[in-house]
Write a protein that binds this ligand. Structure first.
Ligand code: NAD
Ligand code: UDP
Ligand code: UDP
Length: 323
């Protein structure tokens, strides 16, 4: 039976107090849905949802997804998981538990409710890729026992669980492999390159380029990503993914540093720091599948997205008295 996507739904967003999750909550509310945000506030913050306080269709529940969750919803976005290396390596055991047990619990919930569930997977499932750009049929090159493994392997196991619940129990699953995303409400101390460089530039500190800075990433603005996540959720039955969501325009880390310095007008200088272990040298999504299956592609260029992000950090750092 065809689903009616123009009617109001009650939608669960796990990790909804985080960077991406809070923007997703905003968009779903703007579309007229009810949102239940479940988050243990490990890396997320109520500040990200402050503007939704008293919103009649928004509900917040403080809960850890490694424990069972009995709620009634029509759709599930599973985003709960620390995403930056600094955060996910802080408590690696909790990180992999969140991915694996969190997936089991949310999939069990989706199975009981007979509802769709979308998994926020990651380009990290490709590890340090030997195929460039990365297509969804590439199985990846991941170190199973390294410092990043709690995240990479946790997300890989979660993908396995999603596909097994789909095949074994008929759960309608959608898997998004998200590439580096940036924008307002990134955590100022999460160690990710965009937030680090902007905070350093605004504070007049050295810009820390790891290694030579010739490694590449492709940066997607958060609004584009949210559009892609919703397009995937609303895609026809049988479109399960995994499907890459990211911006295919590739930049070196040095180019990013130069753009941040130019836009902030900062006097900060670039300094070199050692490259972390297992740091992927190149990353760029092939988004042919997202274009074909979802009619989706990003529209915000890095320059414009950085302007919005710098504006956000300028205000946020003043509020928390870091500048
Ligand atoms: P984030 O850290 O800002 O958000 C994650 C949220 O999950 C936080 O609010 C955190 O408190 C919550 N959380 C963590 N563990 C939890 C648990 N056990 N129970 C309940 N809540 C928990 O990160 P983000 O950048 O918004 O990432 C959101 C999702 O997207 C993550 O699953 C991440 O792996 C995925 N992703 C993000 C990126 C990116 O570049 N931002 C790239 C690839 C994948
Ligand atoms: N679960 C949950 N909410 C639900 C249904 C299930 O949190 O509404 C959790 C529960 O902890 C369960 C897990 O999801 O162990 C997997 O559920 P499933 O039905 O697949 O397996 P089982 O109940 O047999 O373990
Ligand atoms: N990076 C950097 N300086 C920083 C933080 C990160 O040069 O202060 C580099 C890092 O080594 C990596 C890239 O920027 O090559 C992206 O790092 P991030 O942690 O944002 O994401 P990921 O490695 O997960 O793609």
């Amino acid at each position: 039976m065809a689903r009616l996507y123009d009617t109001r739904k009650r939608i669960l967003v796990t990790g909804g107090a985080g960077f991406v999750g809070s923007h997703l909550c905003d968009r779903l509310l703007a579309q007229g849905h009810e949102v239940l945000c479940v988050d243990n506030l490990f890396t997320g913050s109520k500040r990200n949802l402050e503007h939704l306080h008293n919103h009649p269709r928004m509900e917040f529940m403080r809960h850890d997804v490694t424990f069972p969750l009995y709620v009634e919803v029509d759709e599930i976005y599973n985003l709960a998981c620390p995403a930056s290396p600094v955060h996910y390596q802080h408590d690696p055991v909790q990180t992999i538990k969140t991915s694996v047990i969190g997936a089991i619990n949310t999939l069990g919930l989706a199975k009981r409710l007979g509802c769709r569930i979308l998994q926020a997977s990651t380009s990290e499932v490709y590890g340090d890729p030997k195929v460039h750009p990365q297509t969804e049929d590439y199985w990846g090159h991941v170190n199973p026992i390294g410092a990043r493994s709690c995240y990479d392997e946790g997300k890989r196991a979660a993908e396995t669980l999603f596909m097994d619940y789909h095949r074994q129990n008929g759960v309608e699953v959608k898997i998004a492999r998200i590439f580096n995303t940036y924008g307002p409400r990134m955590h100022h101390a999460d160690g990710r390159v965009v937030s680090n460089f902007i905070v350093q530039a605004l504070r007049g500190e050295d810009i820390t380029v790891f290694g030579e800075g010739d490694q590449t990433r492709s940066f997607c603005y958060v609004d584009d990503l949210v559009t892609g996540l919703i397009a995937l959720m609303e895609s026809p039955d049988g479109v399960t993914g995994p499907i890459n969501l990211g911006n295919p325009v590739e930049f070196t880390i040095r180019q990013l540093a130069e753009e941040v310095i130019a836009q902030t007008g900062s006097g900060s200088k670039m300094v070199q720091r050692p490259l972390p272990s297992d740091d992927p040298q190149q990353r760029k999504p092939d988004i042919s599948m997202a274009r074909a299956e979802l009619g989706w592609e990003p529209s915000v260029p890095l320059k414009d997205g950085l302007t919005h992000t710098i504006d956000y950090f300028t205000q946020h750092l003043r509020e928390i008295e870091l500048i």
